[in-house]
Design a protein. Structure first.
Length: 228
């Protein structure tokens, strides 16, 4: 119950001084204020954001900050790579099942930033819908080993350890996998083999083990360098 001097009704809606109708409540005022603030930003998106006050990442070793000496063994990976791949390892499978972009960049410090975006392909070979996404970091170590941290959008974090197999190939396997309470993905182990092929493509094969399935091929692709 409101008092005669309370300028709001029982639902907390403000009324004007004359008591002849409701005016905007605080929630409505906040919405209006946010809408007014958005006048200068509503038509902008990520690419339109102001540049950061620090040097930007680069996916081209010829541009931007110099790559850290610790990352030289990973240098062939740096770039933006696009292409198509297959799930599983069916011997007769030839038709691509997903598209993918991998970005591997650096800011001059002793690690590489990694991001993978995939999308399924429809029956006509064109893009169908968004699929798996990953972000993470390649962290070369003084003893020559490599740490790879990968966070998956479906609620899983994987920690890989590995070694270079040559100047242009790297083999890694999981040492730990952590899932959120809401993740229903049963992956319990994985291996990854990356390599830059003689024709300059980034190729990889990933195997996964599930809680009820032994380690088996999960996906493979050969991606073309489009930046770097």
């Amino acid at each position: 119950m409101t008092s005669p001097s309370d300028p709001s009704d029982d639902n907390g809606v403000a009324r004007d001084g004359a008591g002849d109708g409701p005016v905007r409540g605080s929630g409505d005022a906040a919405i209006v204020a946010a809408d007014e603030r958005a006048v200068s930003t509503r038509d902008l998106n990520i690419a339109d954001a102001p540049a950061l006050p620090i040097p930007p990442d680069t996916a081209n070793v010829r541009l931007g900050p110099e790559i850290h000496p610790d990352c030289v063994t990973l240098l062939p990976l740096v770039g933006v790579w696009q292409g198509e791949g297959l799930y599983g390892n069916e011997p007769d499978a030839r038709t691509p099942q997903f598209g993918q972009q991998i970005v591997i960049s650096h800011d001059g410090r002793p690690f590489l930033r990694y991001e993978s975006v995939t999308w399924t392909l429809g029956g006509d070979g064109g893009p169908d819908k968004p699929a798996a996404r990953e972000v993470g970091f390649w962290r070369p170590q003084p003893d020559g080993s490599i740490e790879l941290l990968v966070a998956h959008a479906e609620g899983r974090i994987e920690i890989f350890y590995g070694q270079p197999r040559s100047v242009a190939s790297w083999a890694l396997s999981t040492d730990g996998i952590f899932r959120t309470a809401s993740s229903n993905n049963p992956v319990v182990g994985a291996t990854r083999l990356y390599g830059v092929t003689p024709d300059g493509r980034l190729a990889y094969v990933e195997e996964r083990a599930h809680s009820d399935v032994e380690l088996a091929p999960h996906a493979s692709a050969a991606l073309t360098r489009v930046v770097g």
